[in-house]
Design a protein around this ligand. Structure first.
Ligand SMILES: Nc1ncnc2c1ncn2[C@@H]1O[C@H](COP(=O)(O)OP(=O)(O)OP(=O)(O)O)[C@@H](O)[C@H]1O
Ligand SMILES: N[C@@H](CCO)C(=O)O
Length: 318
């Protein structure tokens, strides 16, 4: 269920008149997604996606448009927002902020093969190369400062061992990252498999940039590895790990400090999702009747990363 605000054909037909996309042929609500209302829109010219923003900080939307436009201009595989005849992308529909996107082909890869992993690593490496020159600014809302402030809110709901684990980890990150000057740039911030679409082995595109921000590039890479290259028991899948990182490193080699902090960043980003999912379950449940993501999954991944200790980086793919 992901149509929180229903729209009529007439509303959408009128909305589309601002754009140079042709007249409405078909409107269809999209079942996936948890945060926004999403519609597939077919016009006489093309396939589009219409998103109505239901929650979150709407004042952040111009940043997301700027970020998507920037990546689109740099020919990265993203669905850049469609601008109207006056050059404006962000509009209002049914009282909600609205954006129109090209509809990307393909499916989310639940079990990505190695060619799909390589494609993702290459796209992310290229994205992070150009991301370093992105002029916008939005501090990472899920960084170490957020972990420090928010982990207190869930401790009371955890078993003593888990409380100790969470507190210990936050302290470890404080010492690991206090003096670390990591390369900065624009991040996707939530690049899970379900935020990509693949047409066979080809990466059709990356979507859902609403966690986009600026900060440590390594944070983005670690989120990707934890979601894309973790086995059922949380341990790293060596082949997917090598495929994603090999392609990424061929585009953007890590600096010495990034290589040194890499195992710790994998732990920090695992805890970031353990915590955000716990907050959804215990502290701030969604207004709509949706099944929250399982926090335990990221506790398992965190423990597997701790057990691993030091972690070799693969060679860049030639
Ligand atoms: N440009 C696009 N092309 C094709 N499909 C899309 C596009 N944008 C969104 N979708 C589809 O719509 C679904 C919901 O979109 P989106 O991920 O933006 O929603 P959401 O409510 O923010 O959900 P969540 O944050 O849980 O992923 C996606 O999973 C995808 O299947
Ligand atoms: N990718 C997030 C949900 C959307 O922010 C998670 O898996 O918890």
């Amino acid at each position: 269920m992901a149509v929180f605000t229903p729209l009529s054909d007439a509303q959408v037909a009128t909305f589309l008149e601002k754009f140079d996309v042709g007249a409405l042929r078909r409107l269809q609500g999209v079942a996936g997604g948890t945060e926004n209302s999403t519609f597939f829109v077919t016009t006489e010219q093309r396939e589009l996606v219409l998103t109505l923003f239901e929650q979150g900080e709407h004042e952040e939307l111009p940043f997301f448009v700027e970020l998507l436009d920037y990546f689109d201009e740099h020919r990265l595989p993203v669905a850049g927002p469609v601008h109207d005849r006056d050059g404006i992308a962000l509009h209002s529909l049914a009282g909600k902020p609205a954006l129109l996107f090209p509809r990307l082909p393909g499916q989310h890869p639940s079990a990505p093969n190695l060619a799909q992993c390589e494609a993702l690593g290459e796209a992310l490496g290229q994205m992070h190369l150009v991301a370093q020159r992105f002029p916008g600014h939005r501090p990472n809302p899920r960084d170490l400062h957020w972990l420090q402030a928010m982990h207190h809110k869930v401790l009371a709901y955890l078993a003593p061992d888990d409380q100790a684990l969470m507190k210990y980890e936050v302290e470890e990150y404080e010492s690991a990252f206090a003096d670390a000057e990591l390369p900065q740039g624009a991040l996707h911030g939530d690049l899970f498999r379900d935020n990509t679409l693949y047409d066979g082995d080809r990466l059709g595109g990356i979507i859902d940039f609403y966690n986009g921000c600026t900060g440590d590039l390594l944070f983005d890479l670690a989120i990707v590895i934890n979601d894309w290259a973790s086995q059922e028991d949380g341990a790293l899948d060596p082949a997917r790990y090598a495929a994603i990182l090999g392609s990424y490193l061929a585009k953007r080699p890590l600096t010495p400090i990034e290589r040194e902090r890499w195992p710790m960043m994998l732990r920090l980003t695992a805890l970031r999702y353990w915590l955000s999912r716990l907050l959804v379950v215990y502290v701030d449940p969604p207004a709509h009747d949706l099944t929250p993501h399982d926090p335990e999954r990221f506790k398992t991944i965190l423990k597997a990363r701790i057990a691993l200790g030091a972690l070799p980086l693969p060679e860049a793919r030639p």
